[in-house]
Write a protein that binds this ligand. Structure first.
Ligand SMILES: [Zn+2]
Length: 168
């Protein structure tokens, strides 16, 4: 009886410790690339039914291309943070707004390079921002360049598919 209470209290301490760690104020990290998850472009996926919150659509689609049983569950409206059904959203691909690769750990490398020089491969490139309305995506594209796409057209922009390289 005493032993089981001892084990229980150890277990309780462990649980407390874990919950304290998860209460820190750091932004959530993407489990796929360790970058901070930007709330206005988070993408929820499941892998073997386990839910994961990823930093961006490029990162999530790259993962889906690499692993089996990955489903893209939802996207986030870049302007309103609303949760979107991926197939119903409109996307601006490869605009000049690239929150993921503005991560300081990446900037450290890119800042020293000529401004048109991009990393050869980055799982968060190109930037893919989601919008609930086509007109919002088009207005954003007018201002920030890029290409308006629907969900089914996104894969062709990803380097993993071999169709798009940053060798400009
Ligand atoms: Zn990521």
């Amino acid at each position: 009886m005493k032993t089981s209470i001892f084990i229980l209290s150890i277990f309780a301490l462990l649980v407390l410790d874990l919950s304290l760690q998860s209460c820190s104020n750091r932004p959530a990290q993407c489990p796929l690339c360790d970058r901070d998850v930007h709330e206005h472009m988070a993408v929820k996926i499941t892998h073997n039914s386990i839910p994961l919150k990823t930093c961006c659509m490029s990162c999530a689609l790259t993962y889906r291309n690499q692993e089996k049983n990955v489903k893209i569950v939802s996207a986030t409206d870049f302007q309103t943070n609303a949760t979107l059904v991926p197939e119903n959203a409109f996307y601006v691909v490869d605009s000049d707004v690239k929150p993921c690769t503005h991560d300081p750990r990446v900037q450290k490398v890119l800042r020293e390079q000529h401004e048109t020089f991009y990393a050869c491969y980055d799982r968060c490139e190109p930037s893919i921002l989601a919008f609930s309305k086509q007109q919002d995506a088009e207005a954003f594209q007018q201002e920030h360049a890029g290409h308006v796409e629907q969900f089914s057209g996104l894969m062709k922009w990803l380097p993993v598919k071999g169709g798009h390289h940053h060798d400009r």
